[in-house]
Design a protein around this ligand. Structure first.
Ligand SMILES: NC(=O)c1ccc[n+]([C@@H]2O[C@H](COP(=O)([O-])OP(=O)(O)OC[C@H]3O[C@@H](n4cnc5c(N)ncnc54)[C@H](OP(=O)(O)O)[C@@H]3O)[C@@H](O)[C@H]2O)c1
Length: 282
């Protein structure tokens, strides 16, 4: 295992959705390691605030507004890092939004489109734009943040599950495809950790039992974004394709792959009986 600093002495990284939760935790962790960080997000004031925190923690910050649903924003970001730093070493496709609800109920087509745009197209735009940049400097590392949801497929979360499963598939494909370019790929699949993800209005108003249960879990869990970020960085250093920071993610991964029918029967039983995550408010 070699540290990311040994592999990438120029220490140049871009993080999407760096103004909150896991993205901010990555930014501060890389800042403590002395990296140059392109701090990107939607809100200019929050970007400035995060960039200040990065500088205080020992990193260098390049602020930029980057809406991940817009390919031209990725292209502008690639130009900025090329001008400022002559390239990039690590790309973290982190920005994401969640949603929940039944397929025949709360999950409207507009909700589906939003999730596809923010969670899937962002990764496509990011990879397509930055693979040539990484190739130009002789290699790099792409980290795509998916979710345990993309492996475990809990009920009443079809859009979120589908988008994160797509990120898993893109990452696995690229891991092999990019090997000759010396570009490594890691796909992070955390389960619940504390962040702002459950605070958007759509999610707050969601009435589905599974959706509510999972959002309550995110609010109640003691797992921090910082501990998840540190685990994922260690996975990148080990050259892992999958980074599964929590035990429930690892259990779901193993069960859904080795015993797919039994795993689905168990989930169906728990859902029908309103047990485990499917008993919100208990
Ligand atoms: N928290 C969990 O339990 C959990 C579990 C598994 C996976 N994840 C994944 O972890 C990643 C980070 O989420 P988080 O939990 O840290 O949530 P968070 O605190 O809500 O952070 C998400 C970040 O993405 C940004 N973002 C949203 N839409 C964007 C857009 N169109 N363009 C650019 N940035 C955008 C947000 O900006 P604004 O704040 O300005 O909207 C925010 O900075 C996501 O991919 C999520 O799916 C989270």
């Amino acid at each position: 295992m070699s540290s990311l600093e040994q592999r990438f002495p120029n220490k140049r990284i871009l993080i999407t959705g760096a103004t909150s939760g896991l993205g901010k935790a990555f930014a501060l962790e890389f800042a403590r390691r002395g990296w140059r960080i392109a701090v990107t997000g939607l809100d200019a004031a929050e970007i400035m605030e995060t960039a200040e925190a990065v500088r205080s923690a020992g990193g260098e910050a390049l602020e930029m507004v980057l809406d991940v649903t817009r390919c031209e924003h990725f292209e502008a970001a690639a130009q900025r890092v090329t001008q400022a730093w002559h390239g990039l070493d690590v790309l973290i496709n982190n920005a994401g939004v969640s949603d929940a609800g039944r397929m025949d109920g709360e999950l409207t087509l507009d909700n589906w489109r939003l999730l596809m745009d923010v969670n899937v197209w962002s990764v496509v735009y990011g990879c397509r734009t930055f693979i040539p940049v990484l190739k130009k400097v002789g290699g790099g590392h792409i980290l795509n943040v998916a979710s345990g949801a993309g492996l475990g497929c809990l009920p009443e979360m079809a859009s979120y599950n589908a988008t994160k499963a797509a990120v898993v598939a893109i990452s696995a494909t690229l891991k092999t495809e990019l090997i000759t370019d010396d570009i490594d790929v890691t796909c992070a699949c955390p389960t619940a950790f504390r962040s702002n993800i459950a605070n958007n209005d759509r999610v707050r108003q969601c009435t589905s039992v599974a959706g509510k249960g999972i959002m309550e879990e995110i609010k109640r869990t003691k797992v921090t974004a910082e501990s998840v970020a540190q685990y994922i960085i260690r996975s990148m250093e080990k050259g892992k394709l999958f980074s599964l920071p929590q035990a429930d993610a690892r259990a779901m991964w193993a069960a859904s792959r080795w015993m797919p029918e039994k795993y689905r029967n168990l989930l169906t039983y728990l859902f029908n009986k309103r047990m485990w995550l499917f008993a919100p408010g208990k």
